[in-house]
Design a protein around this ligand. Structure first.
Ligand code: SF4
Ligand code: SF4
Length: 69
């Protein structure tokens, strides 16, 4: 189940969330957004909804959907 929503257009591919995710659930898309960056994608099977990515991202890419099991 999806626990985190991504606003692809805001991602600047800085890598902060990729390094911070305790589950290694974040990688980069093969698609390129309108700013020329490959936005992050989340592996929903690995993600536990902890919200660290939401806390760390300086560009408000993530939205936590709740159910942080
Ligand atoms: S909510 Fe937690 S586990 Fe899921 S992608 Fe973000 S940092 Fe990783
Ligand atoms: S989601 Fe935020 S922290 Fe992660 S790479 Fe994109 S801009 Fe950086």
């Amino acid at each position: 189940m999806k626990k985190v929503l991504i606003r692809e257009e805001r991602c600047k591919q800085c890598g902060i969330c990729v390094d911070a995710c305790p589950k290694n659930a974040i990688s980069y898309s093969s698609e390129i957004n309108s700013n020329g960056y490959q936005p992050v994608v989340i592996d929903d099977d690995l993600c536990n909804g902890c919200g660290i990515c939401y806390t760390m991202c300086p560009d408000w890419v993530f939205e936590i959907l709740g159910d942080r099991g």
